[in-house]
Design a protein around this ligand. Structure first.
Ligand code: GH3
Ligand code: MG
Ligand code: MG
Ligand code: MG
Length: 324
């Protein structure tokens, strides 16, 4: 049922992926200042992992922050250095927070090992260290770290999917609805201008009918790119569904918004859309309705209504035009 839930959420099942993994070779930083001990542990770990040795605790923090280590194995018996402090530094730094930390200590170090686990070490090993136990515990921690990363990546990508349109890479309608309401309130509060463009490709149905749905999709992607190229970073561009795109322009009055719309219209009309690996050029035009916030507007819905009406008039009066 976990797999089913993951599918429903649109994320890969990280546990299943981890289980399918072979090898599991990690990058390990071994913090140990006695050369003979370090050498013995390194040779044991090297059978499965890439191991680097560091004798200085401060240097170990720096190297952990720079390198892509999966696990740091820290001796609590470093001469004149505090392995626990190293442990808490690794936990507190953004770059190293997720690295697995394993402590190594003598049986009499029990109290310090417990402190270490409290401040975020993941596991520990008691000396004399058994080779197989070392390998087993390190392997577990490499897997834990990889699992956490995969989970984080899939959560991030499903959050992106929730607000992005998959075909064009523009924002989706849901995101637009939320953001537009906020942008409207903000512009009203600060008495700043705000404009809205509603764009709709002309006779798009005939593109699909003549060339097929896949070509239609390619045209939509190229259309989205051209709209994006005509807008600023602070503008919000969203695909509202079908071949309709909305652009929200903060701090932009009616005349400037008209210019942006006209620039988009020209950019669509002036160069044919190269599709199917440039084997075909398809000519497309777009109609645009423009509206700007007025003092009497109760919400962004009022602006949206005027832009839709303007778009309707642009269509009715011959298409390939901008109407404010
Ligand atoms: P008008 O000039 O009046 O806007 O004519 P139109 O044909 O563009 O208008 P209409 O809204 O009737 O048609 C839009 C078409 O867009 C209908 C639908 O088949 C097509 N469409 C909607 N979404 C997609 C899509 O994701 N991919 C493709 N290829 N076509 C789509
Ligand atoms: Mg259309
Ligand atoms: Mg349409
Ligand atoms: Mg509409």
């Amino acid at each position: 049922s976990r797999a089913v839930a993951s599918v429903r959420l649109g994320i890969a099942d990280p546990l299943a992926t981890a289980a399918a993994e072979t090898g599991l070779n990690g990058r390990i930083l071994l913090v140990e200042d006695r050369p003979n001990v370090a050498e013995r542990l390194q040779s044991a770990l090297s059978a499965f992992h890439a191991v680097e040795v560091e004798s200085d605790a401060q240097q170990a923090v720096i190297r952990s922050a720079e390198g892509e280590f999966d696990a740091v194995v820290v001796s609590l018996d470093l001469q004149g250095q505090d392995g626990l402090r190293l442990c808490s530094q690794l936990r507190s730094l953004e770059r190293t927070r997720n690295i697995s930390v394993l402590l190594m200590g003598e049986t009499e170090d029990r109290d310090r090992i417990l402190r270490g686990l409290e401040i975020g070490a993941h596991d520990f090993l008691l000396r004399p260290i058994d080779r197989n136990e070392l390998l087993a515990r390190v392997r577990t921690q490499v897997r834990r770290k990889r699992f956490t990363e995969r989970l984080r990546d899939s959560v991030q990508s499903s959050m992106e999917m929730a607000v992005m349109d998959q075909l064009t890479g523009l924002h989706n309608r849901r995101f637009m609805d939320n953001r537009l309401a906020a942008m409207f309130d903000e512009s009203a509060l600060r008495a700043r201008s705000l404009s809205l463009l509603v764009l709709d490709i002309d006779h798009f149905k005939s593109v699909n009918d003549s060339w097929g749905h896949d070509v239609g999709d390619e045209v939509l992607r190229e259309f989205a790119d051209r709209v994006r190229a005509c807008t600023r970073g602070i503008d919000l561009v969203a695909r509202m569904g079908g071949e309709e795109v909305v652009v929200v322009l903060p701090d932009t009055g009616r005349d400037a918004a008209y210019c942006v719309a006209e620039r988009i219209r020209e950019r669509v009309e002036n160069a044919p859309f190269a599709v199917q690996n440039n084997t075909r050029d398809i000519k497309v035009t777009v109609s645009v309705g423009v509206s700007s916030r007025r003092a009497g507007d109760a919400s962004s819905a009022d602006m949206m209504k005027r832009a839709d009406d303007a778009l309707y008039r642009a269509k009715a009066s011959g298409r390939n035009r901008v109407i404010v």
